[in-house]
Design a protein around this ligand. Structure first.
Ligand code: PSU
Ligand code: MN
Length: 302
């Protein structure tokens, strides 16, 4: 395993992993590279060290330098790599952006326990027919990394996503909230069983889960910054239109999430882009604070 890992110089504990699918497939250029840099800076300002993760040149790069980051943000045909795609992309030297699942895998290999992203994948609407359930959810069941996000996008079936996470034994912790956020808004109408109001509280739960020898991850959900959140009407209209477009286009498999994300972004104009960047930074700050608190609990074990 070690022979595939290339860990950047800046990467040391307390560290926060950052994913690259959001850079290559989630945001347009140049906002993607600006955001990637801003996220790294936010992690530093909050007392932790950033490790943006991607596959390149047959290596799992944990902590990208300026050149690698630029390449990822500008290259055409960057593969979207989840667990299934991981080994083949490495063996072939494919340039790959890592999903939440793949970023968790790489973070765990590098000993990084905290990871910040925008939204996790989930159970898609209509999954009873399509079986479309993101591999992010099964990864959360098996890999001990804590993922900080703004929930999952309402393009998904959020009730089924929560049921699936419950079945898989993944704790979902509301950060200063009792309600699951839905990425674009703070509200999904779904109540959470678990809430924490400080980084220390979150760190204590994660530490205990791993001390117990439970193998899985945890999800910390942070409401999007109120100033950038969209109205429920606006976002519901955009989601309906996007789902219809996906149906008409007959999109399948791993193309579904990128298609829907791009469609919603178009349908909401620049607004969802502004929100996306704002909540990513917010989540990176929270993740850095949690990483610091976790590091305090046991620097050896992190
Ligand atoms: N949701 C978002 N933004 C994203 C993704 C999901 O709001 O960028 C990306 C993440 O990388 C996530 C992946 O891990 O999509 C899930 O894809 P799929 O549904 O194919 O598992
Ligand atoms: Mn899928």
């Amino acid at each position: 395993m070690q022979k595939y890992l290339e860990i950047g110089e800046e990467v040391r504990q307390p560290a926060v992993a950052l994913e690259s699918t959001v850079i290559s497939h989630g945001l347009p250029y140049p906002e993607n590279i600006q955001t990637a840099r801003a996220l790294e800076e936010t992690v530093r300002q909050n007392g932790a060290n950033p490790a943006t993760i991607a596959l390149m040149d047959g290596k799992i790069k944990v902590g990208l330098g300026a050149d690698a980051l630029e390449k990822l943000a500008t290259a055409k045909d960057v593969a979207k790599v989840s667990r299934r795609d991981f080994a083949a992309a490495l063996a072939r030297g494919t340039i790959g952006a890592t999903t939440v699942a793949a970023t968790m895998i790489a973070a765990q290999m590098a000993g990084i326990k905290v990871f910040a992203t925008g939204g996790i994948g989930g159970v898609h609407r209509g999954a009873a027919q399509t079986f479309d359930i993101s591999a992010d959810l099964t990864e959360l069941a098996r890999t001990p990394v804590l993922v900080v996000c703004a929930g999952a996008k309402a393009i998904l079936d959020l009730e089924l996503t929560m049921e699936y996470l419950e079945t898989q034994g993944v704790p979902v912790i509301g950060y200063g909230t009792n309600e699951l956020p839905a990425f674009y808004t703070a509200h999904s109408g779904i109540s959470l069983e678990l809430r924490a109001d400080s980084p220390e509280e979150v760190a204590a739960i994660a530490r205990t889960q791993w001390d117990l020898g439970f193998s899985g991850g945890l999800v910390v959900v942070v409401p999007p910054p109120a100033s950038a959140a969209l109205s429920a009407d606006e976002i519901n209209r955009a989601i309906e239109a996007s789902l219809q477009q996906a149906g008409t286009a007959g999109v399948k498999g791993k193309a579904v999430s990128p298609f829907l994300l791009a469609a919603v972004s178009r349908e909401t104009g620049g607004k969802s882009l502004t929100l996306n960047m704002a909540l990513l930074k917010n989540n990176a700050a929270v993740a850095a604070q949690i990483a610091k608190a976790l590091y305090m609990t046991d620097a050896r074990l992190i």
